[in-house]
Design a protein around this ligand. Structure first.
Ligand code: VGL
Ligand code: ZN
Length: 208
């Protein structure tokens, strides 16, 4: 049994229509995590949401690279970048949070990926590995020491956010059954290895 305290926060990652079945970058079974998020969130006083939020023509979109297709990798000035179908374009219906997400007490929505030339899977640091979102400072000022994560997708936004939470000095715990993966070219196994190496713990939502 885990009873979250005032020094715990729940980070609910990218529960947006484009990541749901039928969406532009659909994650299989992605909608199954919405009720898990709702149930777990009731146990937390501190809840933060993230929202993938790209401008049209974003650098992570395959359509922005002549001759490239979604799920290929290109090298940008900051390193390797997986290319995606256009998704979570600012103010589009696909970028909206799922209507069944029922977390009225969420305190902050961190939008990410809004710089045209830089992606951001992580809720803490953009893909250039330098530009910070401000989330670590926010959590620290609020007295948070431990961050629980759930949402989409396990192998991208969850993994990068969990590893960066550790790098910023927080304990990080992924709620496994509250996540679903894209799993492109072995990305899920690689992500778990990275998370384990960084000291990220995993639990199931049954502990709450
Ligand atoms: C994500 C790919 C592209 C995610 C966001 O939320 O995991 N994945 N943009
Ligand atoms: Zn994105």
């Amino acid at each position: 049994m885990t009873s979250p305290t005032a020094s715990d926060a729940l980070l609910i990652v990218d529960l947006q229509y484009d990541f749901m079945p039928g969406g532009a970058l659909a994650v299989a079974d992605g909608d199954a995590v919405v009720p898990v998020a709702n149930r777990v969130a009731r146990r937390f006083a501190n809840v933060v949401l993230t929202q993938d939020w790209h401008p049209p023509g974003h650098v992570s979109f395959a359509a922005a690279h002549a001759g490239r297709k979604p799920f290929e990798t290109v090298t940008l000035d900051y390193g390797d970048q997986v290319l995606w179908p256009e998704h979570c374009v600012q103010q589009s219906a696909g970028a909206a949070l799922h209507r069944d997400l029922d977390v009225p007490h969420a305190q902050l929505v961190v939008r990410k990926g809004y710089h045209a030339h830089t992606d951001s899977y992580s809720a803490f640091v953009e893909a250039d590995r330098r530009t910070r979102t401000g989330l670590a400072g926010y959590l620290r000022e609020r007295g948070v020491h431990r961050v629980f994560l759930l949402g989409l997708a396990t192998d991208f936004c969850i993994a990068w956010s969990a590893v960066d939470a550790r790098a910023a000095g927080f304990e990080a715990v992924v709620i496994e059954d509250g996540c679903r993966a894209i799993d492109n070219a072995g990305s899920l196994a690689a992500a778990w290895l990275q998370m384990e190496g960084a000291g990220v713990r995993r639990v199931t939502s049954g502990v709450f």
